[in-house]
Design a protein. Structure first.
Length: 161
């Protein structure tokens, strides 16, 4: 299922770039971080941006990967808004309400943020790192769940602090 999710995501992201790299670099980074948390986490990691960034729908994800995976991808998909701030406010409100099995999405969101922050440091992208730092408090309030993925939070908090 992981290989299927990776191939699906890469196909649909097409020529999309992650900075100067093919988008698969970001997807592989997020999946690698989630690998210790099981197959479903890796599947969601590969699919986490596909609805937001491509023509794929949540229904498409559900028909191929099942309802839990589709629910998680829907949670990870930014809400519409005129700018980043508006999108993130709505999306973080949605994430703050997540409970139960769907908390898998929050684990992947944490891995996604950690991968993005690591990439900022490696690529010396201070502007984007500063954005992540400015959002960190509300990000934590919305996404953090005690015991869900503590090692990821430890690293993320060390980098952001």
């Amino acid at each position: 299922m992981i290989i299927k999710a990776r191939e699906f995501a890469i196909l649909h992201h097409g020529d999309q770039q992650y900075g100067v790299h093919p988008y698969s670099v970001h997807l592989d980074a997020v999946a690698s971080i989630t690998s210790a948390y099981g197959e479903s986490a890796e599947v969601v990691a590969y699919l986490h941006d596909v609805v937001e960034d491509t023509q794929v729908s949540t229904a498409d994800i559900e028909s191929i990967f099942g309802s839990l995976i589709a629910d998680c991808v829907a949670i990870l998909t930014d809400e519409p808004g005129e700018n980043r701030k508006e999108r993130k406010v709505k999306t973080y409100q949605k994430m703050a309400a997540v409970t139960g099995k769907a908390e898998l999405a929050l684990l992947v969101k944490t891995a996604d943020r950690l991968a993005n922050v690591r990439a900022c440091i490696l690529g010396k992208n201070q502007r984007l790192l500063d954005i992540y730092k400015s959002e960190h408090k509300v990000f934590c309030q919305s996404v953090y769940r005690e015991g869900l993925c503590e090692p990821l939070w430890v690293e993320l908090n060390e980098i952001i602090a």
